[in-house]
Design a protein around this ligand. Structure first.
Ligand SMILES: Cc1cc2nc3c(=O)[nH]c(=O)nc-3n(C[C@H](O)[C@H](O)[C@H](O)COP(=O)(O)OP(=O)(O)OC[C@H]3O[C@@H](n4cnc5c(N)ncnc54)[C@H](O)[C@@H]3O)c2cc1C
Length: 447
């Protein structure tokens, strides 16, 4: 039987990034993917990465002319439902082709020493006499094979084939996602009929969870929507949006549909001989469901611990526990906080309130730029506070919305503090998870 230190299930962006980090630390890594190489990363075409992430994460930065590069822009507008008071946030974004970029990441992992086996489908885990994972049963070009490894990493995307195949109580939650735990994303690739509509940036309508953004064709655009429940529900919201948003005239080129996790990561992402990352571990951003770079952040939290665990032959849940601590108390806490805020505010505010927040200056360019670490000038904070008070006085904002927003803020602070106090060891975890479950019940799900 072929023996590896690590078997990574999935040659998407997450699997490639993990494989690179473990291979360059000297481990024998095999990445398997059920798809042939030419189909890798073809689930949809265009995705975005914030420009500052390339350096932070140490990933290749394609430039104009490279096969993976599609476009760049830096103006990100956020608009009210009627698009009368758009606010601009400056944040340089690079648009990339998913297939080409994923192959670039796979190549980087190969250069670091990882082996890739395409058209190789994970079927099940292999267990040793103590019932611990010690490899995988995989179908390689139509033939079942046993491959042994000290660590199996599930990076199989939404399918989460490894995580959901774990026995109950193995140490990582093995639940399948429901329709309420994911975003249904529909992308309309269009060409714009009138040159005056050619895009110089993106616009996001939070009320409709919809956006228009550049695409590889400078005369085109991608009109996207991401909603919970179903593709049908997403189409209904899109139809509602068309009634108020003055979308430019367009010719439809193609429609792409996909799903992305929109729920919390498993509280523990490690078990004996097992690690989960990427969409398989619901590591998408809680504001928009994007997951390429947020999964890489988790891998950076995990790489040194996985390296030590492999070198010392201690690939156990208890030894690797610090990965849970490191991730949950940082990005995990931030995502939990944002989820609580977003769910509360989006579920509570209605159309006129969204409209008023943009018109009155409660939402301003400066407030949006604060998300990039820029300071909000005191003048703008005073303007926002005045807008809020006057909105209440004129009944432009309902008291029920204010109390819902207050409750969301309280939940956000509570869940963030709870994540920051994630237990250092497995002791105390059951109690921590019980309290987290209760907080999530209060937070609820996006409607
Ligand atoms: C329409 C849409 C637009 C998006 N836009 C963005 C964006 O702009 N920016 C962003 O950051 N994120 C975006 N996302 C989210 C992003 O695509 C995912 O978070 C990310 O691609 C997840 O990468 P991954 O490697 O974890 O999973 P995947 O890319 O899905 O890779 C998993 C791999 O595992 C393989 N696999 C599955 N089952 C098996 C098996 N049994 N055996 C072996 N291999 C298997 C699959 O073939 C696949 O290659 C978008 C999502 C959607 C749906």
């Amino acid at each position: 039987m072929e023996t590896y230190d690590v078997i990574v299930i999935g040659a998407g962006s997450t699997g490639a990034y993990l494989a690179k980090h473990l291979a360059k630390r000297g481990h024998k890594v095999l990445v398997i993917d059920k798809l042939p190489k030419e189909k890798i990363g073809t689930k949809y075409d265009i995705f975005h990465i914030e420009k500052r992430e390339f350096e932070r994460l140490g990933i290749p930065r394609p430039v104009e002319g490279d096969p993976a590069w599609a476009f760049e822009f830096e103006k990100n507008y956020n608009a009210d439902p009627l698009t009368l008071y758009p606010k601009c946030q400056i944040n340089p974004i690079v648009g990339l082709h998913m297939h080409e970029y994923t192959l670039l990441l796979d190549e980087e992992a190969e250069k670091a020493g990882a082996e890739f086996l395409y058209s190789c489908e994970f079927k099940d885990f292999l267990y040793d006499e103590q019932g611990k994972i010690c490899g995988v049963l995989a179908n390689v070009h139509g033939k079942d094979e046993k491959l042994s490894a000290k660590l199996v990493a599930d990076c199989s995307g939404m399918a989460a084939v490894g995580r959901t195949a774990l026995p109950d109580g193995y140490g990582v939650e093995n639940n399948r996602l429901t329709d309420e735990d994911m975003f249904y994303v529909i992308l309309r690739y269009v060409t714009l009929k009138d040159p005056k509509d050619y895009l110089e940036g993106s616009t996001f309508w939070a009320y409709y969870k919809s956006w228009i953004a550049p695409c590889a064709d400078p005369h085109g655009a991608i009109i996207g929507i991401g909603a919970c429940h179903s593709f049908e529900y997403a189409e209904k919201i899109y139809a509602d949006m068309e009634l108020t948003v003055p979308l430019p005239d367009y010719d439809l080129v193609k429609i792409e549909k996909g799903r992305t996790p929109y729920t919390r990561n498993p509280y523990s992402m490690v078990a004996d001989g097992f690690f989960v990352s990427g969409d398989a571990g619901n590591l998408t951003k809680s504001v928009n469901g994007e997951g390429v770079t947020s999964s890489m952040v988790q891998i950076l939290c995990a790489a040194d611990t996985l390296d030590r665990a492999l070198k010392l032959n201690k690939v156990t849940r208890s030894y690797m526990w610090e990965i849970n601590k490191k991730y949950n108390s940082t990005q995990g806490a931030e995502f939990a906080m944002l989820r609580a805020l977003l769910v509360g505010v989006v579920n509570a505010a209605d159309f006129p309130e969204f409209q008023y927040a943009f018109e009155s200056g409660i939402i301003s360019d400066e407030l949006l730029n604060a998300a990039n670490g820029e300071k909000i000038p005191p003048k703008k904070l005073i303007e926002a506070a005045k807008g809020f008070v006057s909105g209440l006085a004129k009944k432009q904002i309902r008291t029920s919305t204010v109390s819902a927003a207050g409750a969301a803020l309280k939940n956000a602070i509570e869940i963030s503090n709870h994540y920051k106090n994630f237990p250092d060891t497995e002791a105390g975890f059951a109690e921590w998870a019980g309290k987290a479950d209760k907080l999530y019940e209060k937070i609820g799900k996006i409607k």
